[in-house]
Design a protein around this ligand. Structure first.
Ligand code: ZN
Ligand code: ZN
Length: 136
């Protein structure tokens, strides 16, 4: 594992997230929930083990808890000032912090490993790359 540190932040900069080393997984998701969360056609997120994540300004984060149809609970944290999502925890990766890829500073070099819920993918979206696993 490297000691590389990648920094993410909400738009107003009040909440900063530093991630050490390499992530568990980088994924894009086309589900309805992720579309609504990100406000975009799909969402991209980077998951790190909790012990590799340092949060500065986290007291300003608000939480919204969501229980999916499956009964799985997810905790979503967002900046109370600017509204950016800053991290969430969801099963089956509840011990990990999922951080929106777009919150990271340029040069992060994250590339998705997985593209999931492609059955709900917008018809004009195409996720490409040789190492990407695709799931409906
Ligand atoms: Zn903010
Ligand atoms: Zn999703």
């Amino acid at each position: 594992m490297t000691d590389r540190v990648r920094n993410a932040a909400c738009r107003c900069g009040q909440i900063r997230v530093a991630c050490v080393g390499e992530p568990i997984r980088v994924s894009v998701c086309h589900c309805r929930e992720c579309k609504a969360r990100s406000g975009s056609a799909f969402a991209a997120q980077v998951r790190f083990p909790a012990e590799q994540v340092r949060i500065d300004g986290g007291a300003e984060a608000k939480m919204w808890q969501y229980t999916g149809d499956s009964g799985n609970i997810a905790d979503f944290f967002f900046c109370g000032t600017c509204g950016s999502g800053v991290w969430y925890r969801a099963r089956p990766y509840h011990d990990a912090y999922a951080i929106p890829l777009g919150n990271f500073e340029p040069g992060h070099s994250f590339v998705p490993d997985y593209s999931v819920y492609e059955g709900r993918q917008e018809p004009w979206v195409s996720i490409t790359g040789e190492a990407i696993e695709h799931y409906d």
